[in-house]
Ligand binder design. Structure first.
Ligand SMILES: Nc1ncnc2c1ncn2[C@@H]1O[C@H](COP(=O)(O)OP(=O)(O)OP(=O)(O)O)[C@@H](O)[C@H]1O
Ligand SMILES: [Mg+2]
Length: 486
């Protein structure tokens, strides 16, 4: 902002919910540059009994002879008026000649095409940790709640990503509740953040992601995750390692891609947020703008795992000339640029099913650290997965012959194996006894795996993956299976 003002840019637009904070910062900048800040809003004009509309506001700007920074508050609704738009454009020469700048400040900036190229649109950064720390300390003093360093740091981490005003509200509430900050509990703050993020609908914080040992098989993927975990620390930076960027999991449906994506967060002890790409299109502003906002938010929340599920569904028409809309192309370009250039430790885990729909640019080196292919589970992996689901339903796997069951479940996915355990439990429950091996056998026998229907697609997927992805499984049984397929 300082740079633009110093360089004498006449037109700027700032998108922020934090009017007060932005005006304060602008006032400081204005003092530094010797250009007083003049906030203007249609309601302010009304109070002074002047004719109060957008045009009068602009006339007032036009009539002002001295250096100044005009801040037009919540002006965007008036930009639908062609005369207002023209008046703004007419101001350009005047503003430049008098070292004046005109800034639109509102929570939502959407410029008409006539103004798009004239304006520089800036997003106001959310408060950083030091600012939040100072705020918290001031609030705690006022509430007479003593905070130790650890609790203060945890509280700041808990609200990071919120605006200044929301953080203050969250701090006040948590300081005022006896079982909140006074008893060392930051859960209220985290809940507040989740509530606020929920309202944006673009980033969803996920409470308790599954642990890595809820994922059966996929040994190579797990080994990679454990190796890369250390990549997040200061020591890794000092050693010269780049911060891990992200992971793409492609593969057969129901084999644990989404499950593993979530488990990464738990394995690395990081918060997990899900970014819903399709929601970007329904958010009431340009998807690209929404994306930038949500990525910036993710960066403020980092270190974090950012989960993008089923990206093939969103990006399927990128590159197809007719159906791929320009909006989507821009969104995609913005996303891969961010992926490549981000420095914040926001680790992206993306999943995809139909790889032929993925734009090749996404798969290029430098976008993701690794691309893993998740195949149907091998014999040993099936037995592992069955054991996990028996345990999840409070049954001791040792009481069942998993090797036999697994061998009768050829071509089944993890999701189908889970259904076998559940189906068996239903049978047993119906008959008023505990689960037996027979229940599992019978349900397995009656199950027709999706493989029957999708055999060709799955084989094509394997073929694709051979040269483009690493196998997520360490199991050698699969290698034979692959060889047999040729
Ligand atoms: N490897 C596995 N280990 C344990 N459970 C699994 C595994 N794979 C799948 N499951 C079970 O099946 C469910 C569905 O799996 P998941 O959603 O991860 O599949 P997916 O690969 O994302 O499929 P899709 O392509 O359809 O999105 C999981 O929640 C889990 O209960
Ligand atoms: Mg999935």
């Amino acid at each position: 902002m300082r740079g633009y003002l110093r360089a004498g840019y006449p037109f700027l637009a700032v998108e922020s919910h934090e009017e007060e904070r932005v005006l304060e910062a602008l006032a400081a900048l204005g003092r530094e540059l010797g250009r007083p800040v003049r906030p203007i809003s249609v309601t302010a004009a009304r109070r002074k009994d002047v004719e109060h509309d957008a045009r009068t506001c602009l006339d007032a700007v036009s009539a002002h002879p001295d250096a100044a920074i005009f801040v037009l508050l919540d002006f965007h609704p008036f930009l639908g008026d062609p005369i207002v738009v023209r008046l703004v454009r007419d101001l350009r020469g005047r503003l430049e000649g008098r070292s004046q700048s005109l800034i639109f400040l509102s929570p939502h900036v959407e410029l008409p095409v006539e103004l798009e190229t004239d304006f520089v649109v800036l997003e106001w950064p959310l408060p950083d940790a030091a600012t939040l720390r100072a705020l918290l300390e001031a609030e705690a003093r006022a509430a007479r709640v003593p905070l130790d360093a650890e609790l203060a740091a945890a509280s700041v981490r808990a609200v990071q990503g919120l605006t200044f005003a929301s953080s203050r509200r969250a701090f006040r509430r948590a300081l005022g509740e006896p079982d909140g900050l006074p008893s060392g509990n930051t859960e209220g703050l985290v809940a507040e953040k989740r509530r606020i993020l929920k309202r944006t609908d673009l980033l969803e914080l996920i409470d308790t992601p599954p642990a890595l040992d809820a994922v059966g098989g996929l040994g190579a993927l797990k080994a990679w995750l454990l190796e890369r975990e250390a990549g997040f620390g200061e020591q890794a930076r000092a050693f010269g390692l780049p911060s891990p960027k992200g992971l793409l999991l492609v593969g057969v449906q129901g084999c644990g891609k989404s499950l593993s994506a979530k488990a990464v967060a738990r394995a690395w002890g990081l918060p997990l947020a899900r970014l819903d790409f399709s929601a970007l299109f329904t958010y009431g502003r340009s998807p690209e703008q929404s994306l930038r906002r949500v990525l910036r938010l993710a960066e403020t929340l980092s270190p974090i795992v950012l989960w993008l599920d089923e990206i093939d569904k969103v990006f399927k028409s990128v590159g197809e000339d007719e159906s791929g809309s320009e909006e989507l192309q821009r969104l995609f370009a913005a996303f891969i640029t961010w992926l490549q250039e981000k420095t914040a430790p926001a680790f992206v885990v993306a999943t995809a099913n139909a790889v032929d729909r993925l734009p090749p640019e996404l798969l290029r080196k430098g976008r993701f650290d690794e691309i893993f292919f998740v195949d149907l589970p091998s014999l040993a992996e099936r037995s592992d997965i069955l054991g996990i689901h028996l345990r999840a339903h409070r049954r001791d796997p040792a009481r069942y012959d998993l090797a036999e069951l697994a061998s009768s479940c050829e071509h089944m996915s993890g999701a189908e194996l889970e259904q076998i355990v559940i189906g068996g439990l239903f049978r047993a429950f119906r008959d008023g006894r505990d689960l037996t091996m027979d229940d599992l056998r019978i349900v397995a026998k009656a199950t027709v795996p999706l493989y029957r229907t999708y055999e060709d697609q799955i084989k094509a997927l394997r073929e694709w993956a051979k040269t483009r992805a690493r196998r997520a499984s360490t199991d050698h049984g699969l290698a034979e299976l692959w060889a047999g397929q040729r």
